[in-house]
Design a protein around this ligand. Structure first.
Ligand SMILES: N[C@@H](CCC(=O)N[C@@H](CS)C(=O)NCC(=O)O)C(=O)O
Length: 248
């Protein structure tokens, strides 16, 4: 029996435009959890957010972190089991930084910043799973929701330059911490790496420049880490020559 994964869908050379869906799908592959991707783009989790899964028993579980924690516990911690408690604490702190702070700057530069919106709009058809004319109608509502979320979080109350500077501080911290390490902890990727590659991927992969992409591309170690993860876990999305690199 496999779990059913509800995400948005592949776009921009990534498995998903949401770093949370991207991270979770990477985890499923890392842990060898069998899954099928649901084709239903409308079904909602009780939280109203994606990703969510329907597990083997038909139970809906929402939130990438909770889903991963549940699967790790159930399957004997196949991915983070070797980390010390101190490493787990570090991993969690970085995930919180990416997912509760950097993520919101990413959202700002996609949905609110005028340059981002102009370039992001063509992808909304894939993201929302709606025909173009419906997307045109829905976009202002989606933007209002995002604006409210950013205001509620607090980041959206700052100037664009401050949002940019705050996010760049996160990116630099990640780059300095990763340094020349292949993976965040030890000789195998862990949940930290799934989250890092999802965030870096969402920043550098869109085919337009954002201040976050310009900064992130300066940190070759972050970009190489993302590329390593893609080659290892998403060979089907890489260029033909990269998918035969021998990593598995
Ligand atoms: N903490 C959640 C965050 C999920 C999340 O924010 N998903 C966004 C997409 S990146 C979403 O579904 N947004 C729709 C909405 O807010 O209505 C997780 O880790 O799964």
């Amino acid at each position: 029996m496999s779990v059913t994964l509800y995400k948005f869908g592949p776009t921009m050379g990534l498995p998903d435009p949401s770093p949370f869906c991207f991270k979770l799908e990477t985890y499923l592959r890392m842990a060898g959890v069998e899954y099928v991707v649901a084709s239903d783009k409308r079904k909602k989790a009780p939280t109203g957010k994606r990703p969510f899964i329907v597990d083997e028993n038909g139970k809906v579980v929402a939130d990438s972190g909770l889903i991963i924690a549940g699967l790790e516990a159930k399957n004997g911690n196949p991915v983070d089991g070797k980390l010390t408690l101190s490493e787990r604490a570090e991993s969690l702190a970085f995930q919180r930084m990416m997912e509760e702070h950097l993520y919101w700057a990413l959202v700002y530069f996609r949905w609110i910043d005028p340059a981002g919106v102009k370039n992001w709009t063509p992808f909304l058809k894939d993201v929302l799973g709606m025909p173009g004319p419906i997307v045109t109608l829905v976009k202002p509502f989606a933007q209002r929701l995002v604006r409210n979320q950013l205001g509620g979080h607090g980041l959206g109350r700052h100037s664009p330059k401050t949002i940019q500077d705050l996010a760049i501080a996160d990116i630099r911290a990640l780059a300095h911490w990763l340094g020349q390490k292949e993976w965040g902890f030890g000789d195998q990727p862990t949940i930290f790496d799934a989250s890092l590659s999802a965030h870096v991927g969402e920043i550098v992969s869109p085919p337009w420049d954002s201040p976050l992409a310009v900064e992130t591309r300066k940190h070759r170690n972050l970009v190489s880490h993302f590329e390593r993860m893609m080659t290892r876990y998403y060979p089907e999305l890489r260029e033909p020559q990269e998918s035969t690199s021998g990593e598995s």
